[in-house]
Design a protein around this ligand. Structure first.
Ligand SMILES: C[S@@+](CC[C@H](N)C(=O)[O-])C[C@H]1O[C@@H](n2cnc3c(N)ncnc32)[C@H](O)[C@@H]1O
Length: 228
């Protein structure tokens, strides 16, 4: 199995296992709170595991978008097999150009996918398709995540995590200092921080309401609201 296949196999196994437990692994379902949710968009959805607690479990319709055909295919197969009546759709799209009308979703999720996207464009698109009063559940990669990669490399995992972690730290630092995200290889991935989100979100009528209940220092997770 190559690295991608291993990643999909592990994610699929975790997802299927989480269906046997009362709460989803990331506790996303418990973040919905009292907002009325009938439509959900998962941006950079991977195999779409977040669509189960956020859409299927509450009877809402869900759309997952991703650039990876393979992840969308795996997600679609799982939902067709396990939840044939679920109103879930997978669409191949870039987060930076979402193929949806303005204000068409109540709830958005974007989990661990921002580093690979043009952050300002993706945030602006998420804000555009979210209805006023809507919520975005956002989980980011903090620099600590990439320092962790470097430490892992130094402890014997090899040069690859050291090189990758260093590149993302360099690109993210350029983005934080100059407000412009490098989008050329090999500096095409950037980290995020709460500080950067507080700079970027208000430009699109969004603000951090609180941390999610399940959050951690390396991959902090936030509940973000769109002004009414
Ligand atoms: C680390 S995975 C996270 C997947 C899923 N959200 C999760 O929590 O497991 C990042 C995902 O973002 C997708 N992605 C990367 N760049 C993207 C872009 N510009 N637009 C949409 N999806 C993108 C990748 O294909 C990948 O499936």
């Amino acid at each position: 199995m190559n690295e991608d296949e291993q990643y999909y196999a592990a994610t699929k196994a975790n997802f299927l296992e989480s269906l046997n437990t009362a709460e989803d692994a990331d506790g996303l379902g418990s973040e919905i709170g009292d907002i009325e949710v009938s439509s959900v968009l998962d941006v950079g959805c991977g195999i779409g595991q977040a669509l189960y607690p956020l859409a299927v479990a509450v009877g809402a319709s869900g759309v997952g978008i991703d650039v990876s055909e393979e992840s969308l295919r795996i997600g679609q197969t799982i939902y067709l097999e396990k939840f044939p009546n679920a109103r879930v759709l997978f669409v191949r799209s870039m987060a930076e150009t979402l193929p949806f009308e303005n204000e068409s979703f109540d709830l958005l999720n974007c989990g661990l996918a921002l580093p690979y996207m043009d952050n300002a464009l993706a945030i602006s698109e998420m804000a555009r398709v979210m209805r006023p009063g809507g919520v975005l559940l956002l989980k980011i990669h903090h620099p600590r995540f990439y320092f962790g990669e470097i430490v892992r490399g130094l402890k014997g995992a090899g040069m690859s995590p050291i090189i990758h972690g260093s590149r993302v730290l360099a690109a993210g630092t350029v983005y934080h200092v100059f407000g412009r995200q490098p989008r050329f290889k090999p500096l095409h991935e950037s980290y995020q921080t709460e500080w950067m989100l507080r700079r970027e979100l208000p430009r699109h009528g969004l603000s951090i309401e609180r941390p999610q209940k399940k959050t951690n220092a390396a991959t902090p997770a936030f509940v973000i609201k769109k002004a009414v």
